[in-house]
Every structure is written in C-alpha cells, then in structure tokens.
Ligand binder design. Structure first.
Ligand code: B12
Ligand code: SF4
Length: 504
C-alpha cells in the first residue's frame, strides 16, 4: 500500500474542446485507484497545453507512474508526443499505455522506447497490481500480472489475458477530479447538456473486425437498474444533464434484462442515443418498443456493415441484410432515427461491394429518408500475437495492396502514426483501395451528405441545409457523383459538419 504515491492519468488529445466528452477510461482508472494511490487526470481535449501541464506535474517529484489511454488514429500521435516528452524529462518514470491501441497492438506499443508497459483490455486491476509491483521495487519481474505486456531485456513478454471483471460497475466515477465537469456537456441535437455515459461493460458478440471483441472476448455485464437510476439522478441534479449519448457497445442486449433499464430511462425521459444491433431491434416486443418510445430514444446507431450476407457471415456479424431493412422499418414506425454504418471496399471485391452498398443505401433512403448513414472503409484489425484462428490468419496473409503485393502492417507505434495508417485506423483508407475508388467513395459521401444533411449538425442553418439539398438533388437523382466541386465549396461556406469526426 502506498497512499503517498501519486499517479498521473492522461487522455491525450483526440478531438476539439467543443467535442470533448468525459474521459471515461482515465476516470474509471482513477476510481479504481481511490484509497490506494492518489491520482490527477490531465485531459488533452480540454487543456491545449496539457504536455506543459504534465511536465510541471512530474517535476514535483512524487509521481510513481504515468498512465495514458490510447486509441489508434489521431490519439496515437498525441500519445507518442506526450510520452516522448516525459521520457526526455524523467527517463526513469514508468510510462504505461492502456486502451484500444495497446490491446490490439501490444507488440507495436512495446517496440517504442518511450513505453514501458502495455495494459491489454480492462485496465483497473492490472494497473493497480502493476503500481503495487513498482512500489514494492523488489526487482521481481511482473510476469504474474494478468493482462500485462512488458519487456524483459529485448524480449516482449505477454502475460496471460485477464478475466473479464464487472467490478467497475460498483464504483461511482470521480467527476470532481475533472477541472470543470460541466465543460464536457455539449449542446447537441439531443439536448443542451448532452453527456457521454457508459452503463454496461463489454459485448456478447465477437465480430472479427471489431476492437471491442478483442477487448472483451464475448463477455458482457449490465448494471443494476438502481445504479443507472442513481447516476442519472446525480448527473441531472449536479450538472443539469438533459440528454445522454450511451457508449455501451451494444445497448439492447437480452430483452428481459433490458426492460428494467428502459424503465429507468422512461422515468427520466431525457433524449438518448445508443449503439444497437439490428437483430435485437427486430426481435423487441411491442411492449418494449412502447417503453423505448416513452424513454425518448432519438437515434440508434446500427452496424449494418454490408448488404452482402456472405460478408456479414465472413466477419461473424450474426445479422443479415433483411434484418437491417427490418430494423429500419421498425425504427421508422416507432419514430426513431436509425443511424446505419457501412464498411465499404472489402478486399475480396472492393469495387463491386462498394457499388452494391451505394445501391443499398439508396434503397434505405427511399424507405426511410431520415436514416443517417455513416460510410467507412473496411479495415480489418491487425492480428495479435495470440491469434489462433486459422481462417483469420489465412485471411490476413491473403491481403494484397493495389499493386498485388502482400499488405505488411506496421510493427511500431511510430509506423502506425504515419498518415496512411492513421487513415487506416480511422477507416478512411486501405492499401487495396485504388485512388479511383477512394475518390468515388468520397464523392458519393459528399453528394449523399448534401442531399440528406445530417440532423446531428446543429451548426449549419436551416437555409444552408436546404440550399445544399437543392444543389445536390440532381446529382443524387441521376447518380452523377463525380467531382461534386460545387458541393464541396458550398459545404465549406455553410460550415457543414462531418458526423464521423465529431460523433454527435
Ligand atoms: C468516446 C469514444 C470516442 C471519442 C473520444 C472521447 C475521449 N476519449 O475524450 C471520439 C468521438 C473522439 C472517438 C473517436 C474515434 N474513435 Co472512438 N470510441 C469512443 C467510445 C464510444 C467510448 C470510449 C470510452 O470512453 N469507453 C469507456 C471506457 C471506460 O472504456 P475504455 O476506453 O475501453 O477503457 C478501459 C480499457 O480500455 C482500459 N484502459 C483504457 N485506457 C487505459 C489507460 C491505462 C493507463 C490503463 C492501465 C488502462 C486503460 O481500462 C479502461 C477501464 O477498464 C469507444 C467504444 C466504447 N464503447 O468503448 C470508441 C472506440 C474506442 N473508438 C474507436 C475508434 C476506432 C475511433 C476512431 C479512431 C475512428 C472512428 N472512426 O471511430 C475515432 C477517431 C476519429 C477522428 N478522426 O478523430 C474504436 C477503437 C477500436 C480499436 N480497434 O482500437 C472503438 C472501440 C469503437 C469501435 N467499436 O470501433 N472515440
Ligand atoms: S456487436 Fe458491435 S460492438 Fe459487439 S463485437 Fe460486434 S461490432 Fe463489436
């Protein structure tokens, strides 16, 4: 036990101050350390000088370790920058990375000299055990700490996986550890003070392309309804929260377990948004739909992924094209906006599948024009050191780039931070995507986004959206997507948002 020891928890910059949400990962870690280690949260999304803030904090001398939460993409760049700055200032201070990136890429993480430990998957218990081991300073190797990857000399060691734990559901998050918690509540189309919130842990499914499956391996735990009730009451009374964006990987789980949670939401009647699966929505009873409506669910983000059942089967999604259509219809008839995400240009048939998906999106828009559409490139996750599934190994080794050469994934965090791989992580590009097809996807997305401006964009004026709609209508109608320069210019003038970057 080492209460005098202090830990810095950093959320490296990933988005603008305007779009910053509660940094839940570091808040959850801070809650777990309570009573054992004191901690400070430094959030790069709201403190634009967070590296200077962090350097000042470590110069005080009582810091036992620094923990950074790292997602692939833009946050990886920030994490590298801040880690290098720490290493330079205090070379012996342990630097620990956790979160989505080190979970999927622990080898690349530890190939960097500025990271000492990579925590895979849920981090609370692993981090505590690591801090205890560091505090004891017995020089013993940390090979008994489940969920940890570390370096023994030049060798990278991956300890066994940690078992899924639901213990964090019993802890309240330390909102008072944040400088001005109210700054994380954002004006969105849902409400004036929208909060990001996570109720359940994990996901029961194991879709092969999804980082969540790599983190939870099909495990999931729902909170008791009383916990949700207590949190929502607290957030409403203390901060005036009036809308919720649920980060639960998959909000609608088994109906019987969901009903008590829906009843809590129906009591608060705050507009809300969530991730959901089409199969869960189509199987919901009419009684539960009535509850959903009463609770004011405004939008459900559904991973439609593809109109091709063979691909849905290939990625082990467990849903079908017909279920997507049925879920859209269910949402329409209950006044809920479905937000469908699609993964275009799979390596098996980039062009053909992309055109097929465009047609499917057009069909959906005819059925329910209010449907929101998120378009991404299919970018399968790089395989981890422990991948044993023969089909997955074969699929990865069969990936070829546009020149027909095998795709070689980066081996270090620095390589993953290069522009083409940042785009890969953000599902914006892939080595098998030709320039022509990339352009076509961008052009289609522009025409679609102007023909049907997103309801989530509350910044653009109503007249601006109408102007875009009118300008784009002929292109959409006649499928003339090529080089919509006039829409690009108008979009800039109207300051139209891309919902993929801001996430509400
Ligand atoms: C909120 C969020 C964002 C916010 C970030 C807000 C912030 N942090 O300030 C925004 C909207 C900016 C964002 C952006 C992106 N995101 Co994001 N995001 C999420 C989301 C919905 C919630 C994250 C969260 O807070 N979870 C709750 C906390 C408690 O869980 P956690 O982060 O997993 O943390 C636990 C462990 O990972 C670990 N841990 C985490 N950090 C640390 C640190 C240390 C030191 C230790 C020891 C342990 C540890 O312990 C924690 C507690 O157990 C997740 C999905 C999800 N539900 O998790 C996706 C998710 C993390 N995002 C993802 C991605 C890919 C992105 C993007 C890079 C791309 C994209 N298209 O979405 C973009 C970047 C876009 C851009 N151009 O900038 C993926 C990551 C997948 C992967 N393979 O890595 C996820 C999983 C979504 C998904 N299903 O694909 N995101
Ligand atoms: S259901 Fe969604 S969150 Fe769960 S593994 Fe599949 S894609 Fe990921």
């Amino acid at each position: 036990m080492a209460v005098s020891q202090h830990v810095l928890l950093i959320n490296p910059t990933i988005t603008s101050h305007r779009h910053a949400r509660f940094p839940l990962a570091v808040m959850s870690l801070s809650a777990a350390l309570e009573g054992r280690y004191s901690s400070t949260i430094i959030d790069g999304n709201v403190d634009r000088h967070y590296i200077a803030t962090m350097l000042k904090a470590i110069s005080r001398g009582n810091v036992a370790a620094v923990g950074l939460t790292v997602m692939g993409g833009p946050q990886l760049r920030s994490a590298i920058e801040v880690s290098k700055a720490i290493r330079e200032k205090l070379p012996t201070l342990p630097i620990v990375w956790g979160g989505a990136f080190p979970t999927v890429c622990p080898d690349a993480t530890l190939a960097a000299a500025y990271v000492d430990y990579a925590v895979r998957a849920q981090g609370e218990d692993t981090f505590l055990e690591l801090l205890d081991a560091l505090a004891a300073r017995r020089g013993e190797s940390p090979d008994s700490i489940a969920g940890l990857s570390w370096r023994r000399g030049a060798e990278i060691v991956h300890n066994k996986d940690r078992k899924f734990s639901s213990s964090s559901l019993n802890r309240m998050l330390p909102y008072d550890k944040l400088e001005n918690p109210r700054q994380y509540l954002t004006n969105t189309y849902l409400g004036r003070r929208t909060m990001g919130y996570q109720a359940a842990l994990g996901c029961r499914f194991r879709c092969t392309f999804c980082g969540v499956a790599k983190m939870f391996h099909g495990k999931m735990a729902l909170p008791p309804a009383a916990r949700l009730d207590q949190d929502l009451q607290f957030m409403k009374d203390r901060f005036g929260v009036d809308a919720i964006q649920f980060y639960d990987h998959n909000f609608f789980d088994r109906e019987v377990d969901m009903v008590p949670l829906l009843e809590v939401l129906a009591k608060f009647r705050m507009p809300w948004w969530c991730f959901a699966r089409s199969d869960a929505l189509v199987n919901l009873s009419e009684r539960s739909w009535a509850l959903v409506k009463r609770s004011r669910l405004r939008m459900a983000y559904i991973g439609a992924e593809s109109p091709s059942d063979w691909l849905l089967h290939d990625i082990r999604k467990g849903t079908s094209r017909d279920q997507t259509l049925e879920a859209v219809e269910k949402c329409r008839s209950h006044g809920i906006i479905p937000e469908l995400s699609f993964m275009l240009a799979p390596p098996q048939d980039p062009e053909g599948e992309t055109e097929k998906t465009f047609e499917f999106i057009r069909l959906i828009k005819r059925l329910h024009p209010a449907t929101e559409v998120m378009i991404y490139i299919y970018t399968p996750l790089p395989q981890r050191h422990d991948e044993r599934n023969a089909a997955a190994i074969r699929a990865q080794s069969a990936l070829l780039d546009c020149d027909g050469k095998p795709v070689v994934f980066p081996k270090t965090a620095d390589e993953w931070a290069e522009p083409q791989w940042l785009d890969y992580w953000c599902h914006q590009s892939a080595p098998w995507l030709s320039e022509r097809l990339r352009r076509r996807i961008v052009d289609f997305t522009t025409v679609l986004g102007c023909r049907y401006p997103t309801i989530m964009d509350i910044r653009a004026s109503a007249w601006g959206k109408s102007a875009l709609r009118a300008l784009a209508s002929w292109r959409y109608r006649f499928q003339r997507y090529d080089d919509p320069w006039e829409l690009r210019v108008s979009r800039k003038l109207i300051r139209h948002w891309d919902p993929r970057v801001m996430s509400l």
